[in-house]
Design a binder for this molecule. Structure first.
Ligand SMILES: [Zn+2]
Length: 163
Protein backbone atom coordinates (compact mmCIF):
# COMPACT_ATOMS: atom_id res chain seq x y z
CA UNK A 1 0.00 0.00 0.00
CA UNK A 2 2.79 2.39 0.97
CA UNK A 3 4.63 1.45 -2.20
CA UNK A 4 1.57 2.25 -4.31
CA UNK A 5 1.25 5.66 -2.63
CA UNK A 6 4.92 6.27 -3.32
CA UNK A 7 4.42 5.46 -6.99
CA UNK A 8 1.46 7.84 -7.11
CA UNK A 9 3.54 10.60 -5.55
CA UNK A 10 6.39 9.93 -7.98
CA UNK A 11 4.00 10.02 -10.93
CA UNK A 12 2.57 13.28 -9.63
CA UNK A 13 6.03 14.78 -9.35
CA UNK A 14 6.88 13.74 -12.91
CA UNK A 15 3.68 15.40 -14.12
CA UNK A 16 4.48 18.62 -12.25
CA UNK A 17 7.98 18.50 -13.71
CA UNK A 18 6.61 18.19 -17.24
CA UNK A 19 4.26 21.12 -16.73
CA UNK A 20 7.07 23.29 -15.34
CA UNK A 21 9.39 22.28 -18.20
CA UNK A 22 6.68 23.09 -20.71
CA UNK A 23 6.05 26.45 -19.14
CA UNK A 24 9.75 27.29 -19.17
CA UNK A 25 9.96 26.32 -22.82
CA UNK A 26 7.23 28.82 -23.58
CA UNK A 27 8.85 31.45 -21.36
CA UNK A 28 12.19 30.97 -23.10
CA UNK A 29 10.71 31.73 -26.47
CA UNK A 30 10.78 35.34 -25.40
CA UNK A 31 11.89 36.52 -28.79
CA UNK A 32 8.58 35.53 -30.37
CA UNK A 33 6.13 35.76 -27.46
CA UNK A 34 5.38 38.67 -25.18
CA UNK A 35 6.93 38.38 -21.72
CA UNK A 36 3.71 39.63 -20.15
CA UNK A 37 0.66 38.56 -22.12
CA UNK A 38 2.33 35.64 -24.00
CA UNK A 39 0.81 36.69 -27.29
CA UNK A 40 2.95 36.42 -30.40
CA UNK A 41 5.12 39.47 -30.93
CA UNK A 42 4.84 41.31 -34.19
CA UNK A 43 8.25 42.21 -35.57
CA UNK A 44 7.19 45.81 -36.17
CA UNK A 45 5.70 46.53 -32.72
CA UNK A 46 8.27 44.81 -30.52
CA UNK A 47 9.32 46.69 -27.42
CA UNK A 48 12.09 45.99 -24.94
CA UNK A 49 11.06 47.22 -21.54
CA UNK A 50 12.52 47.06 -18.10
CA UNK A 51 9.98 46.52 -15.37
CA UNK A 52 11.14 46.51 -11.80
CA UNK A 53 14.69 46.01 -13.05
CA UNK A 54 13.88 43.02 -15.25
CA UNK A 55 14.30 43.32 -18.98
CA UNK A 56 11.65 41.73 -21.18
CA UNK A 57 10.57 41.61 -24.77
CA UNK A 58 7.02 42.86 -25.00
CA UNK A 59 4.40 42.86 -27.77
CA UNK A 60 3.85 46.63 -27.70
CA UNK A 61 4.43 49.63 -25.46
CA UNK A 62 0.82 49.52 -24.25
CA UNK A 63 1.28 46.03 -22.81
CA UNK A 64 4.36 47.12 -20.82
CA UNK A 65 2.58 50.20 -19.52
CA UNK A 66 -0.47 48.11 -18.52
CA UNK A 67 1.82 45.79 -16.62
CA UNK A 68 3.41 48.70 -14.78
CA UNK A 69 -0.02 50.03 -13.82
CA UNK A 70 -1.32 46.66 -12.69
CA UNK A 71 1.73 45.64 -10.74
CA UNK A 72 2.45 49.19 -9.60
CA UNK A 73 6.03 48.73 -10.67
CA UNK A 74 8.37 51.21 -12.35
CA UNK A 75 8.78 50.76 -16.08
CA UNK A 76 11.31 52.01 -18.57
CA UNK A 77 11.21 51.52 -22.32
CA UNK A 78 14.66 50.48 -23.51
CA UNK A 79 14.02 49.99 -27.18
CA UNK A 80 11.01 50.31 -29.46
CA UNK A 81 10.52 49.31 -33.09
CA UNK A 82 9.67 51.44 -36.07
CA UNK A 83 6.30 50.23 -37.29
CA UNK A 84 7.25 50.82 -40.93
CA UNK A 85 10.75 49.37 -41.17
CA UNK A 86 10.85 47.00 -38.13
CA UNK A 87 14.13 48.65 -37.14
CA UNK A 88 14.82 49.47 -33.51
CA UNK A 89 14.40 53.04 -32.39
CA UNK A 90 15.48 54.92 -29.30
CA UNK A 91 12.22 55.53 -27.36
CA UNK A 92 13.37 59.09 -26.63
CA UNK A 93 13.36 59.84 -30.35
CA UNK A 94 10.30 57.81 -31.34
CA UNK A 95 6.81 59.03 -32.16
CA UNK A 96 4.09 56.95 -30.57
CA UNK A 97 0.58 56.60 -31.90
CA UNK A 98 -1.83 56.00 -29.07
CA UNK A 99 -5.54 55.27 -29.15
CA UNK A 100 -5.83 54.21 -32.79
CA UNK A 101 -8.30 51.67 -34.17
CA UNK A 102 -5.52 49.34 -35.21
CA UNK A 103 -5.57 46.13 -33.16
CA UNK A 104 -2.74 43.73 -33.78
CA UNK A 105 -3.06 41.67 -30.62
CA UNK A 106 -6.57 40.37 -31.11
CA UNK A 107 -6.66 37.09 -29.25
CA UNK A 108 -10.02 38.04 -27.89
CA UNK A 109 -11.63 37.61 -31.28
CA UNK A 110 -10.91 33.88 -31.01
CA UNK A 111 -12.32 33.85 -27.50
CA UNK A 112 -15.56 35.27 -28.83
CA UNK A 113 -15.91 32.54 -31.44
CA UNK A 114 -15.10 29.53 -29.27
CA UNK A 115 -17.44 30.16 -26.38
CA UNK A 116 -21.20 30.24 -26.69
CA UNK A 117 -21.53 33.10 -24.31
CA UNK A 118 -20.37 36.52 -25.33
CA UNK A 119 -17.24 37.70 -23.67
CA UNK A 120 -17.46 41.41 -23.74
CA UNK A 121 -14.16 42.99 -24.53
CA UNK A 122 -14.33 45.41 -21.67
CA UNK A 123 -10.62 45.42 -21.03
CA UNK A 124 -7.57 44.30 -22.85
CA UNK A 125 -4.10 45.04 -21.67
CA UNK A 126 -2.87 45.70 -25.20
CA UNK A 127 -5.81 47.78 -26.33
CA UNK A 128 -5.69 50.34 -27.68
CA UNK A 129 -2.29 49.36 -29.02
CA UNK A 130 0.54 51.85 -28.92
CA UNK A 131 2.72 51.81 -32.01
CA UNK A 132 6.04 53.50 -32.49
CA UNK A 133 7.54 55.28 -35.47
CA UNK A 134 11.00 56.58 -36.22
CA UNK A 135 9.65 59.43 -38.33
CA UNK A 136 6.83 61.80 -37.57
CA UNK A 137 5.65 61.71 -41.19
CA UNK A 138 5.02 57.93 -40.94
CA UNK A 139 3.17 58.37 -37.66
CA UNK A 140 0.99 61.02 -39.31
CA UNK A 141 0.19 58.72 -42.22
CA UNK A 142 -0.77 55.98 -39.76
CA UNK A 143 -3.06 58.34 -37.86
CA UNK A 144 -4.79 59.39 -41.09
CA UNK A 145 -5.60 55.75 -41.72
CA UNK A 146 -6.25 54.40 -38.23
CA UNK A 147 -6.95 57.37 -36.01
CA UNK A 148 -5.23 57.98 -32.70
CA UNK A 149 -2.89 60.70 -31.62
CA UNK A 150 0.85 61.19 -31.81
CA UNK A 151 2.65 61.49 -28.52
CA UNK A 152 6.25 61.38 -27.44
CA UNK A 153 7.80 59.34 -24.69
CA UNK A 154 7.21 61.78 -21.84
CA UNK A 155 3.50 62.08 -22.56
CA UNK A 156 3.12 58.36 -23.15
CA UNK A 157 4.68 57.53 -19.81
CA UNK A 158 2.71 60.09 -17.85
CA UNK A 159 1.25 58.49 -14.76
CA UNK A 160 3.66 55.59 -14.96
CA UNK A 161 6.48 55.49 -12.50
CA UNK A 162 9.82 55.80 -14.21
CA UNK A 163 12.88 54.11 -12.93
ZN1 LIG B 1 1.86 41.75 -24.40
Amino acid sequence: MAKRALIAVAAGLVLVGLVVAGYQLVANREGSFCGFCHRPIHANTKVIAEIDGRRRTVCCARCAISEAYQEKKPVRLIEVTDYVTSKSVDPEKAYFVDGSRKVLCNHDAAMLDEGKQVHEMTYDRCFPGTYSFAHRIDAEAFVRENGGSIVQLQTLMQGVRAQ
